[in-house]
Design a protein around this ligand. Structure first.
Ligand SMILES: *[C@@H]1O[C@H](CO)[C@@H](O)[C@H](O)[C@H]1NC(C)=O
Ligand SMILES: *[C@@H]1O[C@H](CO)[C@@H](O)[C@H](O)[C@H]1NC(C)=O
Ligand SMILES: *[C@@H]1O[C@H](CO)[C@@H](O)[C@H](O)[C@H]1NC(C)=O
Ligand SMILES: *[C@@H]1O[C@H](CO)[C@@H](O)[C@H](O)[C@H]1NC(C)=O
Ligand SMILES: *[C@@H]1O[C@H](CO)[C@@H](O)[C@H](O)[C@H]1NC(C)=O
Ligand SMILES: *[C@@H]1O[C@H](CO)[C@@H](O)[C@H](O)[C@H]1NC(C)=O
Ligand SMILES: *[C@@H]1O[C@H](CO)[C@@H](O)[C@H](O)[C@H]1NC(C)=O
Ligand SMILES: *[C@@H]1O[C@H](CO)[C@@H](O)[C@H](O)[C@H]1NC(C)=O
Ligand SMILES: *[C@@H]1O[C@H](CO)[C@@H](O)[C@H](O)[C@H]1NC(C)=O
Ligand SMILES: *[C@@H]1O[C@H](CO)[C@@H](O)[C@H](O)[C@H]1NC(C)=O
Ligand SMILES: *[C@@H]1O[C@H](CO)[C@@H](O)[C@H](O)[C@H]1NC(C)=O
Ligand SMILES: *[C@@H]1O[C@H](CO)[C@@H](O)[C@H](O)[C@H]1NC(C)=O
Length: 717
């Protein structure tokens, strides 16, 4: 069924008239900018900018060029075949790029060298027979270019090209061990592999010399190595040394079964592909490795002189949200000499960039609702306490410029992309882009739309934070219905960042005050708050949310809690279902669950047993009343269900199967609780397609606006 655009726009705008309100279609069509990547001399940076038209149903991507001196932004190229660009080659404007097509038109890609100031003079240097991506490249002393890309590969190491692959006569899938599917794909014989290639310098240009080397496929014990790790790993899972002679990549632990553990290790191998005695830098139990370092690794990155490798690793071998610790190892296969920096720091950094001199590593870590950048010197001992040099926002990428400053691309609740440079001492040197000041759909948005408060609760020892997001034209002498949004994870947070899926400002501008609390489990307030949710899904975070509601009710006179609604996805969806059966459920006029848990006894329908086992504080055994699988099950409180409930659940969400949403809806209907079910057959855990997202917003807003009294519709349907 296809809804006409006109119907949707009318339905979405049934809220009260507002000043400069950001609408779902405005937000969804607005420019989406990639992160700015500077050229080697730091004179300019390039990034993608994608716009969508609901009129034509098409997205258009162009590349923009940012002059880092003048701040001028110009269109660099409108050729959307250019999917990735790396600065490499003889001059500061030499580039290597991936053209997402090739001459054979067989689903492969091609590589071109060019001068950034003369793209029309680009030279084809390699036509590759698979959809490789994740380009990294360096120039060697001889002028050759060594590059890395990744692709799915067959067990024999050959890259897999879905467009040319032979189709089996049957669609059967057969498994003899767990981990049969994950996120939105079924496991087959292919796994990601990192490939290296050489573009040899010749008279006047480069050309591919020899075949591609797959560094990963074929390293198998209990499981086979895979890098980048699907589904979210990208070229941050591997790196090439500045001299082009070495490659680091991470893979999940090959000695452990995939479903039970998050443990992963970083391997250092020669670029030429020999991997005799390949062993991880952080092999569990190796004498040079701290014995506790057994968990997931991330972000292996060479220092700029290539002598060291920095990476993060967690301790917990099956805990995906343990604290990341920053490690530095010598890039020397004879003695890796692994050292932890600021090892006791009670934050969990997850992005890093080396300083030019190799004496400092800049990391970004969740910190009090933002993701802030902190310099950590190589001399930092276990007790070192880093000090942040940025404040608001969540970086998408940051890197050091030749002058030592850091170029940051981030987003905020009020801005989809900001680009600025900051000095190592925390002084903002130059602000290049603030999308809320240039994008029409975002016009009027700013820091004044957001504030925060802390409140005491009874779950842990620390005060809990919550964001407040005000509607357009907010007047503190008026009242606005409460919209209470609970985040997923549960380990995660409501950050000061832009989202195209849960955009607080779009919800607020329907006419709500949005309250977005960060209860027990949230990241950025120390590891204890995160850890405390294990075995406590139904009590600690729930108590925090009750306290948040009480605080809002007693302290924020402009919030009308009587007309309040609540919504959440994933763990937030679980929490909506839990709230439905508990007293807090009676304080809301409507609930919205997006891809949540309805029956926690069915948790093992997920492939992420590491997560299920950790969060339930143990594996699934007989489900008696002391088991967390049993105790925190929302359906135990079915007799209390009464609040009108909107249910979204998508077919391709393999960790939280669609049956959870269908069951929730069926149970609500049988009980006679007003309810509505929205399903997207082509979406997974997240609704990504903009046309689908517009329907998602329209239908949910119709529901909550009816029950909060914001719309004058005569029915919620
Ligand atoms: C940046 O702008 C300045 C001032 O207009 C100009 O002199 C310089 O050439 C520009 N740099 C680039 C890389 O375009
Ligand atoms: C990309 O490759 C196609 C051939 O597959 C070619 O026609 C086109 O000009 C290339 N574009 C760029 C920017 O390299
Ligand atoms: C690897 O396996 C695939 C799939 O079976 C096959 O198409 C390809 O030719 C093989 N490559 C080599 C080098 O044998
Ligand atoms: C393979 O894994 C087992 C543990 O399951 C381990 O004992 C053994 O040492 C591993 N083999 C190699 C070559 O790492
Ligand atoms: C992996 O998890 C399954 C299910 O809980 C369990 O049966 C199996 O023993 C686990 N394997 C290991 C090595 O922990
Ligand atoms: C290991 O690294 C530490 C810290 O950088 C250094 O003090 C020590 O000398 C190194 N050890 C070896 C054997 O290189
Ligand atoms: C560091 O974070 C604090 C909040 O903890 C903030 O007030 C301060 O402005 C930040 N410092 C810089 C240099 O941005
Ligand atoms: C911080 O760095 C900026 C930019 O390099 C410089 O202008 C400023 O003087 C420095 N401030 C302090 C307090 O050192
Ligand atoms: C709110 O009301 C107070 C007291 O009546 C008044 O002083 C103030 O100007 C009002 N604020 C706004 C934004 O209208
Ligand atoms: C975290 O909890 C442990 C155990 O309860 C406690 O010893 C420690 O002091 C706590 N750490 C912080 C930073 O609160
Ligand atoms: C904590 O507060 C919640 C919400 O008010 C309440 O239901 C719960 O019983 C309290 N827990 C304890 C241990 O007092
Ligand atoms: C009840 O469940 C707990 C936790 O899963 C388990 O440790 C215990 O053995 C079970 N008791 C019985 C009687 O099955």
């Amino acid at each position: 069924m296809k809804f006409s655009l006109g119907t949707l726009v009318v339905a979405a705008s049934t809220a009260l008239p507002l000043i400069n309100a950001i609408t779902p279609d405005g937000m969804l069509a607005a420019p989406r900018r990639g992160a700015a990547v500077a050229n080697p001399s730091g004179e300019f940076a390039v990034y993608t900018n994608t716009n969508y038209s609901f009129a034509t149903g098409h997205a258009t991507t162009i590349w923009e060029k940012l002059n880092l001196t003048s701040g001028a932004i110009t269109t660099w190229t409108t050729d959307s075949n250019i999917s990735e660009v790396v600065f490499v080659g003889p001059t500061n404007t030499s580039i290597l790029y991936i053209n997402a097509t090739n001459e054979e038109g067989d689903g492969g890609v091609s590589l071109y060298t060019a001068d950034a100031n003369n793209l029309s003079g680009a030279t084809l240097v390699a036509s590759l027979p698979a959809p490789y991506q994740g380009l990294k490249a360096v120039a060697t002393g001889s002028g050759d270019i060594h590059f890395l890309v990744y692709s799915r590969a067959y067990p024999n190491g050959t890259a897999y090209n879905p467009d040319t692959a032979e189709e089996a006569p049957s669609t059967a899938r057969i498994y003899t061990s767990i981990y049969v599917r994950h996120w939105d794909y079924w496991l087959d014989e292919t796994r990601n592999g990192v490939f290296g290639g050489i573009l040899a310098a010749g008279n006047g240009g480069h050309s591919l010399r020899g075949g591609m080397t797959n560094y990963v496929t074929g390293m198998c014990n209990v499981t086979c190595a895979e890098s980048p790790v699907q589904p979210f790993g990208g070229n941050g899972d591997y790196d090439i040394s500045p001299d082009g002679n070495s490659v680091v990549f991470l893979t999940k632990n090959i000695d452990l079964p995939l479903a039970n553990f998050t443990s992963s290790q970083v391997y250092l191998v020669p670029f030429n592909g020999s991997r005799t005695n390949a062993r991880p830098i952080n092999k569990i139990g190796a004498p040079s490795v701290p014995p506790a370092a057994q968990g997931a690794s991330a972000a292996p990155t060479f220092s700029k002189d290539g002598s060291k490798i920095a990476y993060f690793q967690m301790n917990g071998i099956y805990y995906e949200s343990d604290r990341n610790i920053l490690y530095v190892a010598d890039a020397n296969p004879a003695a890796f000499n692994v050292t932890a920096l600021a090892g006791n720091w009670d934050r969990s950094p997850d992005q890093l960039a080396w300083s030019n001199d190799g004496n400092t590593i800049y990391v970004a870590a969740p910190d009090l609702g933002r993701e802030r950048i902190f310099p950590i010197p190589l001399s930092a001992g276990a007790g070192y306490k880093p000090t942040n040099i940025t404040n608001e926002g969540v970086p998408a990428l940051f890197n050091t410029l030749p002058n030592g400053n850091i170029l940051v691309s981030d987003s905020k609740i009020w801005s989809s992309r900001d680009v600025y440079s900051v000095a190592p001492n925390g002084t903002v040197v130059q602000t290049y882009l603030q999308s809320n000041l240039v994008d029409r759909a975002l016009s009027g948005l700013g820091p004044q739309d957001v504030s925060e408060f802390y409140f005491s609760s009874n779950s842990t020892q620390i005060d809990i934070q919550s964001w407040i997001i005000y509607p357009a034209g907010f007047d503190p002498n008026k009242t606005y219905p409460l919209c209470f949004i609970v985040h997923g994870g549960p380990q995660g947070a409501h950050f000061n960042s832009w989202s195209t899926r849960w955009n607080f400002k779009v919800w607020a501008d329907q006419g709500y005050v949005v309250i977005a609390p960060n209860p027990t489990a949230s990241s950025g307030w120390g590891q204890n708050l995160t850890d405390a949710v294990s075995g406590h899904w139904g009590d600690y975070p729930y108590w925090d949310l009750v306290h948040a509601w009480d605080y809002v009710n007693s302290s924020l006179p402009y919030v009308d809690t009587v007309r309040g609604v609540a919504a959440g996805a994933s763990f937030g969806g679980y929490m909506m279902n839990w709230i439905q059966g508990h007293p807090l459920g009676r304080r809301f006029n409507a609930l919205v669950t997006h891809d949540g848990v309805t029956n926690s006894l069915a948790d093992y329908a997920s492939e992420e047993l590491w997560f299920i086992n950790h969060d339930n504080a143990g594996i699934f055994t007989s489900p008696n009343e002391t088991s967390t699988y049993y105790r925190w099950n929302p359906i135990l409180y079915y007799e209390n269900w009464a609040t009108p409930h909107f249910v979204v659940h998508n077919d391709l969400d393999f960790r939280l199967p669609v049956s959870e949403g269908i069951m929730l809806f069926n149970m609500l209907q049988v009980k006679g609780v007003p309810s509505k079910f929205l399903n997207f057959p082509d979406e997974g855990h997240w609704v990504l397609n903009r046309e689908n997202s517009l329907v998602w917003h329209t239908e949910i807003f119709k529901w909550i606006n009816y029950y909060s009294g914001l719309s004058n519709a005569t029915s919620p349907y």
